[in-house]
Design a protein around this ligand. Structure first.
Ligand code: UD1
Length: 365
């Protein structure tokens, strides 16, 4: 019986471990343990996702909480090293690009434990993003690199990674979306919020570059207020974003704007229900760029670069500078809704089963 640790720390990790957890619990040859680092700990940032995704209480909870990058990374490393020393797993699977991904990879590799990185190879080329550092370091030391798209393979090969370590498995988030599609479609968030289907936009923001800078957040808020005059906006705000809106004196004006609904963070099913029926998404998230591409919904990403270029070349995503948000959004609204979609190869809801096949090769007996 092989023991596999499935590591998750922050909100975007939970939908990446869920399909794999459900697939691995059906395999008689392994015991899959969920390790939650505690990077995200609010009920709406964590527990709500475990409930929606059918995940059990984590087997191991490191409970590290917030901190500076070094504090958080160090706290996860210290706590996870103890876990691995007490009972070393046969394989550690990390996902995505958050501080917990990097920290658990470092702790495990220093103990010579094998590590697989799911969602490997993505690169924005922007080393001012903490996630880019996490991706580069994780991929440079992990043993098995499972990529979602051809650009991931190419980036890794260019960085000198041997081809035998790379395997394209597809986009695991689409597995979660398809797994929960019936419940997402049955959920009627738009109706509940009295929004017309295909008649509103969803906004999410949390990147430090957008929300920690007073000038940038002011620019974005001004554009959102103008846009909300023409198209209702729903904005489930990340705790860090809400705190900064308050700090910069922007919260009250936004919360009281008639066209804009400022909400607490939403669980996966509630949020995806809103996305499914939206006319447009404005975001700086990584995962939402992929989900909108898959669903064929226009997405405006408030970032200079993306580690998911396939969402631009093949999908519905556009990178938008902050001062061009309003103009670009209005241009999108003049185009007919429901544009032809092109789904990237292997974004098909079957990524978890391809990973199980890869694991059978790693552990043939
Ligand atoms: C982290 C990830 C980011 C991911 C995002 C999704 C890193 C470097 N960043 O960013 O890649 O896109 O998660 O949300 O790992 N906070 C709470 N409650 C929580 C969690 C956070 O109030 O449950 C607040 C705290 O004030 C904290 C701040 O949000 O200091 C930032 O949290 P943190 O996990 O450091 O980074 P995120 O911005 O969430």
């Amino acid at each position: 019986m092989k023991t596999i640790h499935l590591v998750a720390g922050a909100r975007p990790n939970f939908m990446k471990i869920a399909p794999l957890y459900h697939a691995l619990t059906k395999e008689p040859w392994c015991r899959c343990m969920i390790v939650h680092t505690g990077q995200h700990y609010d009920a709406q940032m964590s527990d709500a996702f475990f409930a929606d995704l059918g995940l059990p209480t984590p087997d191991i909870d490191l409970n590290v909480g917030s901190g500076t990058h070094a504090e958080q990374t160090a706290a996860v490393m210290t706590a996870y090293e103890k876990v691995c020393m007490a009972a070393p797993p046969d394989l550690v699977i990390v996902v995505g690009d958050v501080n917990s991904t990097l920290a658990c990879t470092l702790a495990a590799k220093k103990l010579c434990l094998p590590v697989a990185h799911l969602e490997a190879g993505l690169r924005s080329g922007d080393r001012t993003m903490p996630e880019e550092i996490n991706r580069i370091v994780t991929d440079s030391i992990a043993d098995y690199l499972w990529t979602p798209s051809p650009d991931g393979d190419e980036n890794l090969l260019r960085e000198g990674v041997g081809a035998s370590r790379i395997r394209r498995v597809g986009n695991i988030m689409i597995d979660s979306l398809e797994m929960l599609r019936p419940r997402i479609e049955a959920r009627r968030m738009a109706d509940e919020l009295k929004l017309v289907r295909s008649g509103y936009a969803v906004v999410t923001l949390h990147r430090p570059v957008n929300v920690d800078s007073e000038a940038n957040l002011k620019t974005i808020v001004a554009s959102l207020k103008n846009l909300a005059g023409d198209l209702p906006l729903v904005f489930p705000a990340h705790p860090r974003t809400r705190a900064n809106l308050r700090k910069f004196g922007l919260l009250d004006g936004l919360a009281s704007h008639s066209g804009l609904r400022l909400l607490e963070p939403l669980g996966y099913i509630d949020f995806m229900s809103l996305v499914f029926n939206a006319r447009l998404i404005v975001t700086d998230s990584g995962g939402i760029q992929e989900e909108t591409t898959y669903l064929g919904i226009p997405c405006l990403t408030l970032r200079e670069a993306t580690e998911r270029p396939i969402t631009v070349t093949q999908g519905t995503n556009r990178l938008v500078k902050l001062d061009a948000l309003e103009k670009t959004a209005r241009a999108v609204l003049t185009q007919p809704a429901g544009a032809a979609r092109s789904r990237p190869d292997l974004w098909d809801g079957k990524t978890a089963s391809r990973i199980v096949a890869a694991l059978r090769e790693i552990f043939p007996n």
